[in-house]
Design a protein around this ligand. Sequence first.
Ligand code: GLN
Length: 494
Amino acid sequence: MLTDLTLAEASAGLAARRFSAAELTEAHLAAIAALNPRLNAYITLAADSARAEAADADAARARGEAGPLAGIPLAIKDLFCTAGLRTTAASRILGNFIPPYESTVTANLRRAGAVFLGKANLDEFAMGSSNMTSAFGPVENPWKPRGDAAAKLVPGGSSGGSAAAVAARLALGATGTDTGGSIRQPASFCGIAGIKPTYGRCSRWGIVAFASSLDQAGPFARTVQDCAMLLGAMAGHDPKDSTSADRPVPDFAAACSRSLRGMRIGIPREYRAPGMSGEIEALWQRGLDWLRAAGAEPVEVSLPHTKYGLATYYIVAPAECSSNLARYDGVRFGLREDGADLTELYERTRAAGFGDEVRRRILIGTYVLSAGYYDAYYLKAQKVRALIHRDFTEAFAKVDALLTPTAPSAAFAQGANMDDPVQMYLNDVFTVPASMAGVPAMSVPAGLDSDGLPLGLQVIGRPFDEETVFAVAAAIEREAGFDAQPAIRAGVAP
Ligand code: GLN
């Protein structure tokens, strides 16, 4: 089936004219029509424009002008503004927002020839770890625990729609964003690969902002190589984002076949958290054995401030979100609920437009930034953030990359953890430190737990050394030989 191809295979098939971009897109649209009503991975479908883009890709190829992703059908997280195509951030407040502009990352993908199938579901404003906070309803993880076809699990979050779409073969790849783990944790829960590149590698321009000092775009795909191909097209300097890095974009795909011989891989001792599940611990150990077999040398390292990662993140991220979300006032964007005066208009619009989790974050954020508490919380958190960053700098003086589990558990049931935000935030315990430090980190599928659900391992690299991250993740992928498939996927739905 065309939907089962990897992105690299599909790209080769298109180049060899074994099938057309139009056929490849139709196959994905048919799979979406069959499965999206159940999985809810896409909020908005773009079937007509996708068909037109596929026809353009076929015509470009006939002229000998095909770009590197010509005719490749993708899902786009509904946090990237797409000109003329509704962009909701999974919030009621942007439920009717049609951007007049295109994000830089999606513009780069379009220039490479990609076809956009639609906009993928997410937690509202990318705040969450389960996709349960979307105003457009939850996403169902296409994986089922062994022997329990009726179970409904979360795909992770916030980029849960993107991850579920790729896992279920409703796209060859997808864009995501990662502020504290939103690419890596859903990749782990859905048995696919995903990378958060170095902060600044991809432009944030035109991405709905959550926490600007942490937000970073990155790709999802079913293989490490496919992620490398996508990131190569997404990345690059953008004068419109002053935090985007003016550095050349290396050949990430070529890095996937680099040898690990002589490489040193750090095992941060603080990630061996008390209460860690035996299965996750065993998988981590297996990951080390695989890397040793591939020629790398494991080294124990210390990241002493790891234990402050979550607490610091849940001050900095809400603080920045409370400021970023001040712009949704009913005047300039999206929803407006009229009031007797301006204050009432603001209050009614924001009360009707924001869901519970977003309100909680705005409240925490305004509190930690308020006079009197700023020094105690926000400033303190920024100081601890600098120490977390220093931990990584010191570790990378000794090792080339770090290996950790991606998440403390496999996918959980829809509705679990909903009445306990702190329990929900604990999902991010292994992903948040790399976000705070701005360093690249990738989740690669490494095995199944005793229920038959996928688990990922996380590879963390030096700033702007995504090439080593890809090399290490590709070695794990080869050694792990992970070939399990979700119960629900194109052509198969129990
Ligand atoms: N789960 C984390 C949060 O809720 C991370 C979200 C993200 O990376 N966008 O903030």
